[in-house]
Design a protein around this ligand. Structure first.
Ligand SMILES: [Zn+2]
Length: 488
């Protein structure tokens, strides 16, 4: 069946045009002012609505065992929530058991993702260094299409690697065209601050924020960037939360490091005062890095505008309040770390970014779809253009909704953005040509999502430095802030 989306306004990172979109099978086949409907076509009317490429959330923790519990969303509930929220692809993290092979872990997680309703890729987490890791990386890349790994500088004893291990892994990854995601916080010092606070009887959620100061995020960010520079490897700093850390990214980019930064909606919209809410409600907002003082928000928005930040990811790491967050009732260090965001990231970015005038429509598309697709090697995703997968979100800018746990698809008893009114209503979502969300209701089938084999960065063809500098010098630029090419 052919599908035609009529009368809408197509937005890409390169421009905005009033046009019809023709879809045959799973792909976009034409974008023009005059696609002639025929009998048997499915027509979707997008009058007065925007047609965006589907959102790509490269930072999710579905079905994730963590800190004595596990995240509340699996690949079914999580991807349904993402779909109604305008996300048509995710990259989830694996979570290898101690001593497990990366290959076995990858197979296990591809299997877990079988139930997804949208397409999914997997970043391979490496939580423990061994020679075998270096041997398995090429296999992961070649046979499993893994073009990104992740290392932690925090969570000592669980996932943290040391500097030498990070260097060796980054170097190997860089040679293979694999980009390394880094969780940058100084785990050693944080552990000591946490121990001291608990010993002094400071057990409330707000101390989660006080024991993870911005300076320790900035220090680790700077260190990761320096190690990546020494290893001549591309690096992606996940969840940059504050000005101090973003400054390190700025410095590194200026000296030519192949550095990229991500931020998350919680750092753009929420702040540390949420950790101080009464009745232990602050626990709902415990995530790492923690929410920061409000003034950092503007710095992060500027970072998005001027190209310092390439991608927005949700860091969707959902735990229920009752029974999970309450594990830390008497000790903030036992509150599982994470906030939900997969269902609302698209809306939050549209509302607080585009609707409130902080970013352009094209910039919106760039950081929620085109940027992540390019950086993480998803060549069929990330744009409304001929030949790409028909992953499409239709949004009515004249309608609004109020975010609430009562109506969410996320498997949670709260929503971190409860009560916020967001302008712009997602009406229809297509994934590879199939209408999976109609009038805001999920109508797709469980298990229809495909595993995404991703392309690697071709190191030698990096044009990052040049383009990043150009972008910094031209903050009003709305074009893609980096240009990379891939090995097929
Ligand atoms: Zn995360």
């Amino acid at each position: 069946m052919r599908t035609i989306i009529q009368n809408g306004t197509v937005v890409t990172s390169g421009g905005i045009v009033k046009a019809d979109v023709e879809i045959k099978g799973e792909s976009i086949t034409s974008i023009s002012q005059t696609v002639k409907p025929e009998i048997g076509d499915r027509i979707i009317d997008a009058s007065n609505q925007y047609i965006f490429p589907g959102g790509i959330d490269v930072h999710t923790h579905l079905a994730w065992p963590f800190q004595s519990t596990g995240t509340a969303d699996d690949f079914v509930t999580g991807t349904k929530a993402g779909a109604v929220g305008g996300i048509t692809s995710i990259i989830n993290f694996t979570n290898p058991k101690r001593g497990a092979s990366l290959i076995d872990t990858q197979k296990e997680w591809i299997e877990k993702g079988n139930q997804a309703v949208i397409d999914y890729g997997l970043h391979a987490i490496i939580n423990e260094y061994s020679d075998r890791v270096l041997e398995e990386l090429p296999i992961l890349a070649e046979e499993y299409g893994v073009s990104s790994i992740k290392l932690f500088m925090a969570y000592k004893g669980e996932m943290m690697v040391n500097d030498l291990e990070m260097y060796k892994i980054m170097k190997k990854a860089g040679e293979l065209g694999i980009i390394t995601n880094v969780h940058a916080e100084n785990g050693d010092v944080i552990d000591e601050l946490v121990r001291q606070a608990i010993a002094e009887g400071k057990t409330a959620p707000i101390y989660h924020g006080y024991t993870r100061p911005t300076v320790l995020e900035a220090e680790a960010t700077g260190r990761a960037l320096a190690i990546a520079e020494a290893a001549d490897a591309p690096v992606y700093i996940v969840h940059v939360s504050c000005a101090d850390a973003l400054n390190k990214v700025d410095e590194a980019k200026k000296r030519g490091v192949k550095a990229f930064a991500e931020t998350c909606p919680q750092y753009l919209v929420l702040d540390i005062s949420y950790l101080d809410l009464p009745n232990f409600e602050g626990a709902k907002y415990v995530c790492s890095p923690p929410l920061r003082e409000k003034w950092n928000q503007e710095v992060l928005w500027n970072g998005i505008s001027n190209g310092l930040i390439s991608v927005i990811g949700s860091d969707h790491c959902p735990f229920r309040f009752e029974g999970q967050k309450t594990l830390g009732k008497d000790d903030f260090s036992k509150i599982p770390n994470g906030v939900p965001g997969l269902e609302d990231i698209f809306s939050l970015l549209y509302h607080f970014g585009v609707n409130e005038g902080r970013i352009s429509l094209q910039k919106f598309v760039e950081i929620i779809s085109t940027g992540p697709a390019e950086l993480f090697g998803m060549s069929k995703k990330g744009s409304i253009s001929v030949g790409k997968d028909a992953d499409i979100v239709i949004l009515d800018p004249n309608r609004s909704r109020v975010i609430t746990a009562e109506t969410q698809y996320q498997n949670l008893d709260y929503n971190a953005y409860e009560g916020m009114k967001v302008q712009g209503l997602i009406t229809n979502v297509l994934s590879r040509g199939e209408l999976i969300v109609k009038d805001g209701i999920f109508i797709g089938e469980q298990g229809r999502g495909n595993y995404i084999y991703r392309d690697r960065l071709h190191n030698k063809q990096f044009e990052l430095t040049k383009n990043n500098l150009k972008n910094l010098n031209n903050p009003s630029s709305t074009g893609i802030s980096f240009k990379v090419q891939y090995d097929k």
